[in-house]
Design a protein around this ligand. Structure first.
Ligand SMILES: Cc1cc2nc3c(=O)[nH]c(=O)nc-3n(C[C@H](O)[C@H](O)[C@H](O)COP(=O)(O)O)c2cc1C
Length: 333
């Protein structure tokens, strides 16, 4: 209700500025919001999720808006992508609304204040939501050394995260998606598994690890990725990140902007990678579906296609924060 009043004002300014103002307001005025909690517990990756609706990575890169976000009713919140060192990301403007497609193009480029800053923001346990931390590599780290950045991320967040996501699918860090090719992924996941084993011994804790992939993968690449996930003990797949495809928004004046496309325009691709991965992973490894979910009907569709959990980002911008509760209430209990 409040969001429908604010939306025309927010949509009249630069998309990133509107985003920052909305999150700041959410934190400042959180006490005005009821504590939305939807209890429909679901066990995935060995974790009890209060409900199956999550916030996708990228909206709260530094974990600075958790107090406000916690009130919206999410069963889980994924913060990040965070890199070992702080970095600015690409020059602004770098986020664009394609309103008639209910979509966004972004080329943020992992702007974040670094993993140590993020860790200082996190509330102590117990938390009313499951907390995922999404890790990536710094722009200045060559792709061939990417493993070392992921290892730093893992070591730093291991205790505080409830699960950790490995982001190898942002289109805005040059070369990152090459990590999805078979040989590179085998080496990367091997190194991640080694680090995880030593952290398990050190802390006597098992933190699940999820792999976040691109919706632009060829179908032929999917079985090999699934095999590598099994081989290296990856606990979940997050499908998917933004797309480089512009077919769904062809003709829009902003379609030529560089970056990843999200929202309704990625819906079909996101459904497709979910189905393909579910077919090969069966029920061995759960899939978290993300991309173009903006209603309970669409979230239910993803569960039918094999998803265990769902996440959203762009839907929130177009439909407002009340969407979280609406979807959570519309899912099976
Ligand atoms: C502005 C913006 C920034 C994003 N930043 C990240 C990020 O840092 N890490 C990541 O894994 N995904 C990031 N994403 C991708 C989302 O997490 C999600 O995978 C994608 O947007 C598809 O979901 P949606 O259609 O619900 O937005 C970002 C998306 C947007 C729109």
């Amino acid at each position: 209700m409040l969001y429908s009043l604010l939306k025309p004002i927010l949509f009249s300014v630069d998309a990133e500025l509107a985003h920052e103002v909305s999150l700041e307001m959410l934190n400042q005025f959180k006490w005005l919001l009821p504590q939305n909690r939807v209890e429909k517990p679901k066990r995935v990756m060995g974790i009890e999720f209060p409900n199956a609706v999550g916030l996708a990575a990228g909206l709260d890169k530094n974990g600075e808006y958790l107090p406000g976000l916690a009130r919206l009713g999410f069963g889980f919140i994924e913060v990040g992508t965070v890199t070992p060192l702080a970095q600015d990301g690409n020059p602004r403007p770098r986020m664009f609304r394609l309103i008639r497609h209910r979509s966004i193009i972004n080329r943020m480029g992992f702007n974040n204040r670094g993993v140590d800053h993020l860790l200082r923001q996190l509330p102590e346990r117990p938390r009313p939501y499951v907390l995922g931390i999404n890790i990536g590599k710094n722009l200045t780290t060559p792709v061939d050394n990417a493993l070392s950045d992921y290892q730093i991320g893992l070591q730093k967040v291991y205790q505080q995260a409830d699960y950790i996501s490995i982001n190898i699918s942002s289109p805005n860090t040059p070369g990152l998606r090459k990590l999805q090719t078979e040989a590179a992924l085998d080496a990367l996941l091997h190194g991640i598994d080694e680090t995880r084993k030593s952290l398990q011994d050190q802390y006597q804790l098992n933190r699940p690890i999820a792999l976040k992939i691109s919706p632009d993968l060829d179908d032929e690449a999917i079985p090999a990725i699934a095999d590598l996930m099994r081989k290296h003990g990856i606990d979940a797949l997050i499908a998917a990140n933004t797309t480089l495809d512009r077919l769904p928004v062809a003709g829009h004046r902003l379609a030529g902007e560089t970056g990843g496309l999200s929202g309704k325009a990625v819906c079909e691709k996101s459904r497709h990678v979910l189905s393909e991965f579910h077919r090969v992973l069966q029920n061995d490894i759960p899939v978290i579906s993300v991309g173009g979910i903006d209603s309970a009907a669409e979230a239910n569709k993803r569960l039918e296609l094999g998803a265990s959990l769902v996440q959203l980002y762009t839907g929130l911008i177009y439909r407002g924060p009340g969407l979280v509760r609406k979807i959570a209430e519309g899912l099976p209990g």
